[in-house]
Ligand binder design. Structure first.
Ligand code: PEP
Length: 279
């Protein structure tokens, strides 16, 4: 995807400048992303139909993350359509290869056309017991293999009610980014209580939390934190997208339910493509 090569080069240049200029402020020019997480949904016909209907925009990086068996057909549909859409996996194994039944390696994902991979989604943390250490191993493997990790973090309702949000996010960030010497990653703040519930975080709360996340990121990677795209995820849809897009630290959205229909997903892309005036 042309756009992501361009953004890769931009980030690389910023990395070098960041290392050279040390603590100096870096002018931020963050990439906007609208990313679809289809989870365990869709068959081949529905996938073909989606790629026929979906539009793209030169102003937004649109990435589709289908289930693993639909990755290669999706790659072919994207090529056939000529639309500048990116492709991502929903999970990756930390090892290069080996006896890991049912798993996919980073090189396998790349081989079927992926440039991105979601890591540490709360559903995997919950159902597959992925902890920060495992998330970190997967992030390392993705970066080493040339995939851009979309790292998910977020607090549960219990943690929110116990006023532990900042503590939880900080631990997840330090854990996921341990020994990572790269800014080739995307963060997604996905409060667990907002995922699939229709109870989206208000844009104000999301902005406040994203600003906090960026402040922690600064402690970890310094001024390069200004260049990292932080996406909001959790019941984002065509109705609330414009509120998120107006916020200065919200650089796009990771969308589950509303990404399954080309019409609603298109509407979200359009909102971010218009580039609402950031407040
Ligand atoms: C997700 O699971 O990444 C997600 C954001 O889901 P939903 O939009 O359905 O809440």
């Amino acid at each position: 995807m042309e756009q992501s090569i361009e953004s890769y080069i931009k980030t690389l240049v910023r990395d070098v400048i960041g290392q050279t200029l040390g603590g100096l402020e870096i002018q931020s020019d963050r990439q906007t992303y609208v990313i679809a997480n289809w989870k365990m949904n869709k068959n081949l016909n529905e996938t073909a139909e989606f790629f026929q209907k979906i539009h793209s925009s030169p102003d937004v990086s649109v990435v589709i993350c289908p289930p693993v068996q639909l990755l290669y057909p999706s790659h072919l549909f994207i090529k056939q359509s000529g639309k500048p859409l990116g492709l991502g996996g929903q999970n990756v194994h930390w090892a290069d290869k080996g006896a890991y039944t049912g798993e996919s390696s980073a090189t396998m994902l790349k081989d079927v056309g992926c440039e991105y991979v979601i890591i540490g989604h709360s559903e995997r943390r919950q159902y597959s017991f992925e902890d920060d250490e495992l998330v970190n191993k997967k992030v390392q493997q993705a970066i080493k293999s040339g995939l851009i990790p979309i790292i998910c973090i977020g607090e549960t309702l219990g943690q929110k009610n116990a006023m532990q949000t900042e503590q939880v996010l900080s631990k997840q960030l330090f854990g996921a980014l341990k020994d990572i010497d790269s800014s080739q990653f995307i963060l997604a703040y996905e409060p667990v209580w907002a995922i699939g519930t229709g109870q989206s975080a208000t844009a104000e709360l999301a902005q406040e939390t994203h600003a906090y996340i960026r402040s922690v990121l600064k402690q970890i990677i310094g001024q390069k934190a200004e260049c990292i795209s932080i996406l909001y995820g959790g019941s984002a849809n065509e109705k609330n997208a414009s509120e998120y897009s107006a916020m200065p630290d919200i650089d796009g959205v990771l969308v589950g339910g509303a990404s399954l229909h080309a019409e609603s997903f298109d509407a979200i892309i359009n909102v971010f493509a218009k580039g609402e005036q950031k407040s």
